[in-house]
Design a protein around this ligand. Structure first.
Ligand code: F6R
Length: 606
């Protein structure tokens, strides 16, 4: 979604801001712009299209040592030059970049128009520039605070003003905002990815906070301008993680990194002596663990599908009723929050607004919620009662891969810990630990088959429409496979329970509609093979992701064998070939792998 970058220091701001915007491109956007403050006052350049188009269109002398930039994802009004950020007031003194949505923008626009202000864009953000300019406060912080008092909705924003040329004022309410500390220079951004080349010493603003950022430091305050004394901390992250390096795309790189990220999420969390896992960050003692009567997982998109895999693991291993629900729906059905339920929020970015709002709803009603989150210090991680960091490393591609593997393994550890406090035997605990420890090498084994998958993917890419089917443990795998395929290949890929085919979708099966079937060697293998026969009988081409030794009989199918794990852990390995099918189909079709159309990396608006 939209991205913000800002700089104030001794260097020219424009190149730094533009480079930061490029680093946010993966989040998805349709226009870009920047404003700099220099000797000749405030200058703004903005346009629909790519950051590189903007950079080429800027005049040679676009100088100034303070600047803010933005990548826009259209919400109010189409992607046009006029709607791109920054937005300014009529006199061109104030420039505002804004992530989020102002819910009362129509009313504010009408009031400004009635007051004689000529609005030049269709956006909600433009009102902020006018409100800042019209405030009677004598400091920029006061003006921003006055403007924010009038708006309803969500924002991460940065404001510059020609009368206050030493500072950027930023504010957060529902959209992330980070301040980065350099040597006599300071940065602001909506995402760490824009800053890591310059600094890893950062402060995350909390909702309701503002900050003044000058070349020599920053101060934070509440909206009433009372100070909050927030300090920056140096994060233990490797900036190289944000580079694609030798890989053709971030997605390809992140797929390849899975063996190592799987090792990291398991490291230090297995207790061989008691055949259990130790997730200290959950803050659950054994007595509390025994009192859990239900586990409810909440996430969005692929995180939700892995949440389904995770709920199944908890139910199988800990024998606690568990299910997963789309966080985006949860709060709107006025859910009953049960005191003995353990709620688990799962998110790579930790900024997905629907997941965050679900967490807030649970906590507001007195429920206990823990997080499985990748981005350290992110909003979901901060809001939860406890949690487990996934240690997948930075994930840049929109299509999530390595974060999902670590989510699954995080759930396996959680299920093991809950199970061993309850009725999971020590023998089963040992069996699962051995299975978990084999996973990184088994992922390497699967990745070594990439050429084979690439060939199959090229065939699948010719279809306009595909099914992905699986049963029980295989169904969330099929959902995730279809999700990955559709989001980067733009082919219609639909997931179904194999058992439901007869109840409708079989009507669509014909030679032009291939089915990717997940057929693990489990208690359902015979039923799955029977369904394959039905698809084949209708001329439906089949790709079967299965285990060595599974007898598919005489079904005509392209077979992709995946190493066997312990049955409960099979889903994570079955998922990896589906990532490669999606990746190679999209590559074959010539799509922009890391920036699929219409999608954003972290969805920070409802
Ligand atoms: C799909 C994908 C999305 C995310 C979803 C949740 O490849 O990446 O479906 O899984 O938007 O994002 P996070 O995990 O950041 O909450």
């Amino acid at each position: 979604m939209c991205g913000i970058v800002g700089y104030v220091g001794a260097q020219q701001a424009a190149p730094i801001v533009l480079e930061g915007l490029v680093r946010l491109e993966h989040r998805g956007y349709d226009s870009a712009g920047l404003a700099v403050l220099g000797g000749s006052g405030l200058r703004v350049g903005k346009r629909a299209g790519r950051v590189r188009d903007l950079a080429e269109a800027l005049p040679k002398r676009f100088s100034g040592r303070l600047g803010v930039g933005h990548t826009r994802w259209a919400t109010h009004g189409p992607a046009t030059d006029a709607n791109a950020h920054p937005h300014t007031d009529t006199a061109g003194l104030v420039a505002v970049v804004h992530n989020g949505i102002l819910d009362n923008a129509s009313a504010l626009r009408a009031a400004l128009t009635d007051a004689g202000v000529e609005l030049v864009s269709d956006t909600d953000t433009e009102v902020l520039a006018h409100l800042v300019e019209r405030s009677g406060a004598d400091t920029l912080e006061g003006k921003v605070s006055d403007a924010l008092a009038a708006v309803e909705g969500t924002y991460g924003l940065a404001v510059v003003h020609a009368d206050f040329p030493d500072r950027i004022v930023v504010a957060r309410h529902g959209s992330p905002l980070i301040v980065g500390v350099g040597e006599r220079e300071m940065f602001v951004a909506s995402d760490l990815a824009a800053l890591v080349r310059h600094t890893t010493t950062v402060a995350h603003l909390e909702d309701g906070e503002l900050a003044t950022v000058t070349a020599t430091g920053f101060t934070t305050m509440r909206r009433d301008l009372t100070t909050t004394h927030r300090e920056a901390a140096t994060l233990d992250i490797d900036p190289a993680g944000y580079e694609a390096g030798e890989h053709a795309s971030y997605m390809r790189k992140e797929i390849a990194e899975q063996p190592e990220s799987a090792e990291r999420v398991l490291r230090g969390r297995i207790d061989e002596r008691f055949a259990t896992a130790h997730l200290g960050g959950l803050g659950l003692d054994p007595r509390e663990t025994r009192g859990i009567s239900r586990v409810k997982v909440l996430g969005c998109g692929s995180a939700y599908y892995v949440g389904q895999m995770g709920a199944a693991l908890v139910e199988e291993l800990a024998r606690i009723p568990a299910d997963a629900e789309a966080a985006s729906e949860f709060r709107y059905r006025d859910p009953v929050i049960e005191p003995d339920t353990l709620y688990v929020a799962v998110s790579q970015s930790g900024e997905t607004v629907d997941t965050l709002l679900a967490v807030q709803e649970i906590r507001r009603k007195g429920g206990r919620v823990v997080g499985l989150v990748n981005v350290v210090g992110s909003a979901v991680a901060r809001e939860c009662d406890g949690g487990v960091y996934l240690h997948a490393g930075p994930e840049v591609a929109v299509a999530s891969t390595k974060a999902l593997t670590t989510m699954f393994l995080g759930f396996a550890l959680l299920a093991l810990q809950l199970g061993r406090v309850r009725d999971l035997s020590i023998a089963d605990g040992r069996r699962l630990i051995a299975g978990l420890q084999r996973i990184p090498d088994q992922v390497r084994e699967i990745l070594a088959q990439e050429d084979e998958y690439a060939e199959v993917a090229r065939q699948l890419a010719t279809a306009e429409s595909l099914f992905f089917v699986g049963r029980v443990r295989g169904f969330p795998v099929a959902r995730e496979g279809a999700q990955k395929f559709k989001e980067i290949s733009y082919r219609h890929a639909e997931a179904y329970q194999t058992s439901e085919l007869k109840h409708g979708p079989l009507a669509l099966v014909e030679p032009s509609v291939p089915t990717v079937a997940i057929v693990p060697d489990d208690e359902l293998v015979d039923r799955n093979v029977a369904a394959l026969h039905e698809i084949a009988a209708r001329g439906g081409p089949l790709v079967v992701v299965t285990h060595p030794g599974v007898d598919l009989g005489d079904v005509p199918a392209t077979r992709l064998d995946v190493p066997r794990s312990e049955r409960e852990l099979d889903p994570v390995l079955l998922t990896i070939p589906l990532q490669l099918l999606a990746y190679h189909a999209a590559l074959h079709l010539g799509h922009d792998i890391d920036k699929p159309r219409n999608l954003a990396k972290s969805v920070t608006v409802e």
